[in-house]
Design a protein around this ligand. Structure first.
Ligand SMILES: Cc1cc2nc3c(=O)[nH]c(=O)nc-3n(C[C@H](O)[C@H](O)[C@H](O)COP(=O)(O)OP(=O)(O)OC[C@H]3O[C@@H](n4cnc5c(N)ncnc54)[C@H](O)[C@@H]3O)c2cc1C
Length: 220
């Protein structure tokens, strides 16, 4: 599959020229971020929970405590998961035309619990390695209790849309002559220098893989 077929739910109606349904765009945005928002309904009340996530093939995964209400409520229920990357603040000549440059994805689906321990362990490894490539092998192994205390959900990416805005502001034709600054202020996620845990028991160098987190959409 190279493109998601727009459905009644995922067809972008508002500014449809910004819509992307190709798998490359959707996966590209998913892989450039690590926090999503999961929306679900409990007794008619919508909740939207921010959480870490990762993608493996045509599934998105997220995890948490086995006591998490957010995870429990989302299991086998209809959810909407969104990911947003802010790329710029778009400053126009009129308040009405201010905007933002962004890449975002919206996915609808029904997550299920990872029941099999081996699958769960693989998923957790993937999560850690996606955040910090090379980290897993050097860690103290996961215990049976830790695995039991962790719920992992996964959801097939079947109904998905992306929406992308790029470029300068779009002002009214007659406003372009006005003496008002307009343009784009680029916005980039960044990480600082790693700060060692004061309880570090050995004199250890910072691993190389923490020096470059660009795979997480973060610049140094
Ligand atoms: C950083 C950021 C800032 C934004 N600021 C504003 C704002 O201030 N005001 C505003 O009106 N809109 C804003 N948007 C756009 C907003 O996300 C919606 O696209 C827009 O409000 C239209 O909503 P709708 O329900 O009418 O869209 P519709 O086109 O009716 O939505 C139909 C379907 O299109 C898809 N879709 C819609 N929006 C998105 C999206 N962003 N990403 C992926 N799929 C999508 C979904 O599948 C949705 O179910 C912003 C988006 C981002 C990412």
């Amino acid at each position: 599959m190279t493109t998601f077929t727009p459905t009644e739910k995922t067809r972008v109606r508002r500014l449809p020229d910004r819509a992307r349904y190709d798998v490359e765009s959707v996966y590209g945005i998913l892989d450039s971020a690590f926090i999503c928002h999961v929306g679900y309904v409990i007794d008619g009340q919508p909740f939207v929970t921010p959480t870490a996530y990762w993608r493996e093939g045509d599934h998105v995964y997220w995890h948490g405590s086995h006591a998490s209400r957010a995870l429990d409520s989302a299991t086998n229920a209809k959810v909407c998961l969104t990911v947003t990357q802010l790329d710029g603040l778009v400053i126009a000549r009129a308040a009405f035309h201010h905007s933002m440059n962004y890449r975002s994805v919206m996915i609808f689906g029904t997550p299920v619990k990872v029941e099999d321990d081996e699958h769960k362990m693989r998923a957790m490894r993937r999560f850690v390695e996606r955040m910090y490539p090379g980290q897993w092998e050097g860690l103290r192994p996961v215990t049976r209790n830790e695995l039991k205390a962790t719920t992992v959900l996964y959801m097939k990416i079947e109904e998905a849309s992306a929406k992308v805005r790029t470029g300068p502001p779009k002002d009214d034709a007659e406003d372009y002559e006005l003496p008002i600054w307009a343009g784009v202020v680029p916005v980039e996620g960044a990480h600082g220098a790693p700060v060692a845990d004061p309880r570090l028991a050995h004199d250890l160098a910072i691993p190389d893989y923490l020096a470059n987190l660009s795979h997480l959409g973060l610049k140094k």
